[in-house]
Write a protein that binds this ligand. Sequence first.
Ligand code: NDP
Length: 284
Amino acid sequence: MAKNYKAELTGVFGQPVAENPTGVMQEAAFQACGLDWRYLTMEVSPANLADAFRGLRAIGMKGVNLTIPHKVAVIPLLDELSREAALIGAVNTVINRDGKLIGENTDGKGFLRGLRQDAGINPQGKSVVILGAGGAARAIAAELLLAGVAQLHIVNRSEERGLAMVDHLKAGTGKEITFEAWTGTYLVPSDVDVLVNATSIGLYPNVNDMPDVSLAAAKGDLLVCDAVFNPPMTPLLALAKDRGLPILDGLSMLVYQGVIGFERWTGQQAPEAAMKEALRNALL
Ligand code: NDP
């Protein structure tokens, strides 16, 4: 049989990007599946993004992830957007289908997969509170709405940003969402099933920062989730754990967004266990 030395390329474009750990789990996944694929972590400035995409097309990369600051700016460079990416207004994964670049957003899908697989929760009919109104919050909120949550309440420091997100998602889904500005301590109501911190509070290096929330009234099985994955055990999750509440860390969302990306790129089932192990080893 003729030998095949051709590697397929994927990667991430971002700036700064050096601390992005996704490559560790994707490379582990390629190895576990015996695929001659690579995942390159590439520093690309906003001024060079269009050129980087010309290069991607020219060398036939299978796809890329986008991270800060490219998730919105990439949209005009693509040929097609998934319904969810259009609703969220941001792309974190590009798939090259025979020369056609398709934009997808797997952040919210990754969160939902973690909710179902790791926490054992079906979001349908649940009451959910999201802290934050940035990109992560928007992606999580959009997927929760599409999955049929009964109530979605957004709490954000900036009223303007929070209301803009709520209006955008209401218009895109026709579903009801409520909002409140985050002033002082947010007391999580007793009828809430899932609380998600989708702010950057607690993110390295500010590892002792804690969202100003009280769990005093929370029901005994409130699931407390954090999008922050570095460190995986945030002060919010530690507080919830101390109270005996179930928790879901940001590594779960990170792994599953990567699992979905791997599956879209390769068309193969992702080796989830190998990806989780590689990421936990890299971050713990
Ligand atoms: P953005 O910068 O888009 O949004 C940040 C959000 O955090 C805003 O809502 C902002 O509020 C809020 N915020 C920041 N500081 C404070 C504070 N001191 N008090 C109150 N609110 C605050 O970030 P992203 O949405 O992209 O990312 C948010 C987090 O999610 C990050 O930690 C990121 O690492 C994580 N993430 C995790 C992923 C995963 O796979 N686990 C995937 C993507 C992101 P305001 O609007 O008032 O400024």
